[in-house]
Ligand binder design. Structure first.
Ligand code: NIG
Ligand code: FE
Length: 414
């Protein structure tokens, strides 16, 4: 609860629709993934930053005392969107590489030539802590305007002690949930990945573990192999961090079995995952995080989302917002691609942008649903049908964003 919302009541009234994932469990998988409760003609009452009631306008009794009202006519409400995979803490951009890719250079070639991730590492190190925090605040504003009320962000563009810890501090100060991506790439001052990990685990992990909730590793050819990933993740787990992996982005390197064995919260990307991986993941509690804007931005195959959903895997959607492989902060655009490219239904996409990413972040009991007791994080769409979230591709769709019962962005006032 912020000071602004303490003791305050906000009534969102006369909504055309309210839509929220059904039930109370998390993660949603199998038949429950696509189950959404819809109320036509709805209200939502927020008190002290939490939702205290929601339902039919016709059931709303008289409210005594002071209540601020928000007119929901012509709008529909969905839970505030939860982005569980971003690299929003970066300085600079990669627009030059973006242009080079159009003329034939591949993402992997740029990376191997010292560009790619390492070019953002140079810009991020050079920005200094204040410059980096300012860049992140700017990116956080973009995400908010796109309807994201909870965001995770990873370090991984510092890869030295000072900049990694500055990144994690900046993410927390911007209200984000911090992940230490200490194993993102090998910086040029180290001879190889093992020498870099010797340094990162001895010199950075002890403090990173105090600032971050989870650790993440890029397990891929040209980054970290499965032996190195295991070493990094086991050390991070021993330091109290939850585990995440970037796996099967370009090639299958054993990331899914490792994630399952170590009890990771999620494995993210999965564009290269084959049938065997789909079966293994579906039989596990590891959430598969799908990043369709990243696949599209790199002109790569889409992950096998339909096969994962049909076989009962727990899946989430995220933006992967970063300057190289997914310069897109909008979960509405992600939802649209989830329907048109991944063949999920709008309802499955909604659960995968709310309840299931909340589960990945360890917050599913308090965010991701419009229900009494949940944090009053809401997105009001400029549409009388909530499915416009995925239907109206790339549109000016978000009318208002409410965080903890506070209107933090509204199109009318900018
Ligand atoms: O998730 N694959 C590794 N990391 C990021 C890309 C980071 C970058 O290109 O700057 C990803 O796609
Ligand atoms: Fe990523």
């Amino acid at each position: 609860m912020s000071d602004r919302t303490r003791g305050r009541r906000l009534l969102v009234r006369d909504l055309a629709q309210l839509a929220t994932p059904s039930g109370t469990e998390a993660p949603l998988r199998g038949a429950t993934l696509g189950s959404v409760d819809i109320v036509e003609g709805a209200y939502i009452l927020c008190e002290d930053g939490r939702i205290t009631a929601a339902g039919l306008m016709s059931d709303l009794g008289t409210l005594d005392g002071e209540v601020e009202e928000l007119d929901g006519r012509g709008l529909s409400a969905v839970p505030g969107l939860v982005d569980c995979h971003t690299h929003a803490c970066f300085a600079g951009d990669r627009v030059d590489e973006f242009e080079l890719r159009a003329t034939g250079a591949s993402y992997e070639e740029l990376h191997a030539a010292g560009g790619g991730i390492l070019s953002t590492v140079r810009a991020t190190r050079a920005a200094g802590e204040a410059g980096l925090a300012e860049a992140l605040r700017r990116h956080r504003g973009w995400m908010r305007r796109a309807g994201t009320t909870t965001f995770e962000a990873k370090s991984g563009y510092g890869l030295d002690r000072e900049t990694e810890l500055a990144s994690l501090r900046a993410i927390r100060e911007a209200g984000g949930i911090a992940t230490w991506l200490g194993a993102h790439a090998v910086p040029p001052e180290f001879a190889d990945a093992d020498a870099y990990l010797d340094f990162a685990l001895a010199e950075v992990l002890p403090e990173a573990a105090q600032l971050a909730v989870a650790a993440d590793v890029f397990l891929e050819e040209g980054a970290f192999d499965v032996v190195q990933a295991r070493r990094y993740l086991e050390a991070c787990r021993a330091a109290g961090l939850a585990l995440r992996l970037h796996g099967d982005q370009f090639t299958e390197q054993g990331a899914i079995p490792l994630a399952i064995e170590l009890g990771a919260r999620s494995i993210d990307h999965l564009e290269a995952t084959g049938d065997h991986g789909v079966r293994a993941l579906s039989a596990s509690d590891v959430v598969g995080v799908l990043l369709p804007t990243s696949a599209m931005f790199l002109d790569r195959p889409m992950p096998p989302a339909r096969a994962l959903a049909d076989s009962g895997a727990a899946i989430a959607l995220a933006s992967d917002f970063n300057p190289g492989s997914s310069f897109c902060e909008s979960l509405a655009i992600v939802s649209s691609l989830a329907v048109t490219q991944l063949h999920l239904t709008p309802a499955e996409a909604l659960s995968a942008c709310t309840v299931n990413p909340a589960q990945v972040l360890g917050r599913a009991r308090e965010i991701g649903r419009i229900a009494p007791g949940f944090v009053a994080d809401l997105v009001l769409l400029d549409a009388t049908d909530w499915r416009y979230l995925s239907y109206h591709l790339g549109a000016d769709l978000i009318a208002s964003v409410i965080e903890g019962g506070d209107v933090t962005w509204s199109r009318d006032v900018g």
